[in-house]
Design a protein around this ligand. Structure first.
Ligand SMILES: [Zn+2]
Length: 360
């Protein structure tokens, strides 16, 4: 499978080279946009990536870019345009720097140094590159730091664990496992909120950007550790398909975005794939309402029901912790998908859940 590795370039070696090249990349990009507009004005078919490459051929020397970069920009322009169905935005001074290249032959390695267009860039080689480099690019973040991004074809390994787990995503405890374990949300945003407010009121934009970047990094680090652990321990991972976009517009918005559900899910997905495990997203509409022991629907409902943390089942009288019960239900319906017993995992019938998950 293909992963993207990201290496920070040491500031001392970036110089002005990357920034200058990024400006020229913007120029190529905007030229593609103008060609697109002109084709539309004259009712001609929209230029393909191949057309754009032909039109820009020979310009790389003049622009001071690698010829591979010019081609990559043209092709990416065509891909982005076809994906959104219209001309992508112009790239200007506010766009973050971006210098793509398609083939690994554009760069040369020398220890922890990469040579691109005759210029040496030293990296923090935070991890060794194992596998074949497919393509890559230089990218800038909002703080003006540069990174080398590499698409690497990595070999799959079968290093997954033996267990199975259902995961209920929540706000108070970020993750509740069907084993009964709860992992608290780190609430990183709330921790930095005060400092952020002070910096914003003082109008110190670099400081604001730095705090935002710190929050994002802390969250990413925490989620990576968590997802790696879960994939190491489990062969099958079942997660509910909570719609975080919908919830983000409610009063819970800040907490929802701070939790990073979708980030965690995508990490679990690709890590499980890489290690030969199984990642299943389950329809979680009824997971909190159905009793995981007998299958009767009687649990708390809707957003008002969120305050109910514990409830007793009307059918069998078992006392449930809301989140753990939900996680067990997710595991059960995820298992059904795994066994191909049902096409659509759903607890709608309520009575279907007769297999007790604790039995196996
Ligand atoms: Zn029950």
């Amino acid at each position: 499978m293909v992963l993207t590795y990201r290496y920070r370039i040491k500031d001392a070696t970036t110089g002005r080279h990357l920034r200058r090249q990024a400006r020229e990349v913007n120029r190529v990009w905007n030229y593609c946009g103008e060609i697109h507009n002109a084709a539309r004005r004259h009712n001609k078919r929209r230029p393909s990536g191949f057309d754009l490459v032909n039109l820009t051929s020979g310009s790389s020397k003049l622009l001071g870019l690698h010829s591979d970069t010019v081609q990559a920009v043209c092709k990416q322009f065509a891909i982005s345009r076809d994906a959104c169905g219209k001309r992508p935005r112009w790239r200007g001074r506010k766009s973050l720097g971006w210098i793509p290249f398609q083939a690994p032959r554009a760069i040369r390695w020398q220890g922890d140094t990469v040579i691109f267009l005759g210029q040496r860039y030293r990296l923090w080689l935070s991890r060794p590159i194992e596998g074949k480099i497919l393509c890559g690019g230089f990218g800038e973040d909002s703080r003006g730091r540069w990174y080398l991004n590499l698409q690497v074809e990595v070999p799959e390994d079968r290093g997954h664990g033996a267990g199975e787990v259902g995961i209920d995503l929540g706000l108070k405890s970020l993750v509740t496992l069907s084993t009964g374990q709860k992992i608290e949300a780190p609430r990183i945003y709330r921790k930095h909120e005060r400092a952020l407010g002070i910096a914003q009121r003082a109008g110190r934009k670099p400081r604001v950007r730095a705090i935002h970047a710190k929050i994002a990094n802390c969250r990413k680090h925490f989620l990576h550790e968590l997802s790696t652990r879960l994939v190491r321990e489990n062969r099958r991972i079942c997660v509910g398909n909570v719609n975080s976009c919908g919830l983000a517009r409610t009063r819970l918005g800040k907490s929802v975005l701070d939790a990073g559900w979708s980030q965690l899910r995508s990490q679990l997905h690709y890590k499980a794939m890489r290690h030969g495990g199984e990642y299943i997203e389950v329809d979680e509409r009824f997971s909190t309402q159905v009793c995981s022991a007998c299958g009767v629907r009687g649990g708390p409902q809707g957003r008002e029901g969120l305050v109910v943390r514990e409830w007793s089942c009307g059918g069998c009288g078992v006392r449930h912790d809301r989140d753990i019960n939900s996680a067990i239900n997710l595991l059960v319906s995820g298992r059904n998908v795994g066994l191909r017993q049902t096409e659509i995992p759903s607890l709608e019938g309520g009575e279907d859940v007769n297999a007790s998950p604790r039995a196996s």
